[in-house]
Design a protein around this ligand. Structure first.
Ligand code: GTP
Length: 396
């Protein structure tokens, strides 16, 4: 009995040993397969594992990547840069007034036509001559000039002995040109002079068109191949500096400006310094509109000029006059000329008045030539003044 029990125990132990051996072997054969799969998972985690892999192997443990993911380089500047405003190429100064002649003719021809009709009339009596004189005075030519023109015409018509329309027209043309001054030097000093730019100050009362004229003048000069710096010394009206910036940006001219209320003299000084530094040809300084009757403001204008002169001579002081204001424009001109030594007139809005005779009067009063005329609100509607084109537009 003891012998049978002993044999049974030996058989059970032997079975357990053999069974345990096979169980361990079987487990070992599964484990390496799993371990081999691991690197694949690591690789996958390096990038985003595709959704379908995760579905196929839901039991996969997503381990952190063996290496840190590559540090993302900052993106290179986008090839699509914000659009730079397109730089315009304005037309040159030559021929501008001829281009605008039709506009001039529209506003001035009634004067010319009226004069020609009177001069060609059969009965050129005392009343007719008086009417001619009145017509000239109404066009703001001034009494002195009107009287002179009538006296000269009377003599010459008598000598000529005819009143043929073409002859009379030729006489009137000569007289008007003599009053306007066809030989006068009207060149705007645009430099450069030695190693510094020409400096132009633009002055005048409110709303005459100073900022517009500064911007348009920059276009004229750029059109002629000059490099220009603009100075926004109208720090009184915030929009003026913005306006000038727009004019400058359109033709690629830098604009020196400061915050609203800044000292205009310091802006003007900095603009000239910038012009010197950049080797620019011309610096144009736009100043704030000021009533000629306000002493404080006129003194300030004098100061702007004096401060600029610490850096450079001021080569041109352009007084902007609104042609539609007639006699009042003349009063302004006198006061400005006393304070800042005006060297030239820019007569704006000549497209909006028949009183072009103001050119004669203002030149006579100030002894300063009209150098530029504004003939519209378009960017290229500013032209160097050409007396012959002007008179021809008047006479049709
Ligand atoms: N028709 C016409 N309008 C003009 C001419 N020149 C300027 N203007 C207009 O006149 C208005 C006043 O022009 P601005 O340049 O702002 O005048 P400003 O003298 O700088 O004005 P303030 O800074 O207020 O003194 C604007 O509407 C211009 O477009 C011109 O020759 N013809």
């Amino acid at each position: 009995m003891d012998y049978t029990l002993l044999v049974s125990i030996i058989v059970v132990v032997a079975l357990l040993v053999v069974g345990g051996f096979f169980l361990v072997k079987a487990r070992r054969s599964v484990t390496p397969g799993k371990e081999e799969a691991k690197p694949e998972v690591v690789e996958k985690t390096g990038t985003a594992a595709p959704e379908e892999d995760r579905e196929r192997d839901p039991g996969t443990v997503v381990t952190p990547p063996a290496q840190a993911p590559p540090v993302e380089e900052p993106l290179p500047a986008s090839p699509v840069e914000p659009a730079e405003p397109e730089i315009e190429t304005p037309p040159p100064s030559a021929g501008r007034m001829v281009r605008l002649r039709a506009r001039l003719a529209r506003s001035q021809s009634s004067l010319g036509q009226g004069l020609l009709n009177l001069l060609s009339a059969k009965n050129l009596d005392e009343d007719a001559w008086e009417e001619i004189e009145d017509t000239l005075i109404t066009a703001d030519i001034g009494v002195t000039s009107a009287t002179q023109i009538v006296e000269n015409l009377r003599t010459r018509v008598k000598v000529l002995g005819t009143r043929d329309t073409d002859d009379v027209r030729a006489l009137l043309r000569e007289e008007l040109l003599a009053q306007i001054g066809s030989d006068t030097d009207r060149a705007v000093r645009t430099g450069p002079l030695g190693d510094r730019p020409a400096v132009i100050m633009v002055v005048g009362v409110n709303g005459t068109g100073k900022t517009t004229t500064s911007g348009k003048l920059a276009r004229v000069l750029v059109g002629d191949g000059h490099s220009v710096v603009l100075g926004a010394a109208d720090t009184f009206r915030a929009a003026a500096s913005e306006q000038l910036q727009t004019w400058g940006s359109r033709v690629g001219a830098p604009v020196v400006r400061k915050e609203e209320g800044a000292d205009p003299a310091s802006v003007a000084f900095d603009a000239v310094a910038r012009g010197v530094e950049d080797g620019a040809d011309t610096v144009i300084i736009d100043t704030a509109g000021r009533l000629h009757t306000k002493t404080g403001l006129m003194d300030e204008l004098g100061k702007v000029k004096r401060v600029v002169e610490k850096k450079s001579q001021v080569d041109e002081v352009l007084l902007v006059l609104d042609a539609t204001t007639g006699q009042n424009g003349l009063r302004q001109a006198r006061v400005f000329a006393e304070v800042v030594n005006v060297t030239g007139i820019a007569l704006t809005k000549l497209d909006g008045t028949a009183k072009g005779g103001i050119i004669v009067q203002v030149q006579r009063e100030l002894g300063v030539p009209v150098k530029l005329v504004g003939l519209g609100e378009g960017p290229d509607d500013l032209a160097p003044f050409d007396p012959e084109v002007f008179v021809d537009a008047i006479l049709g």
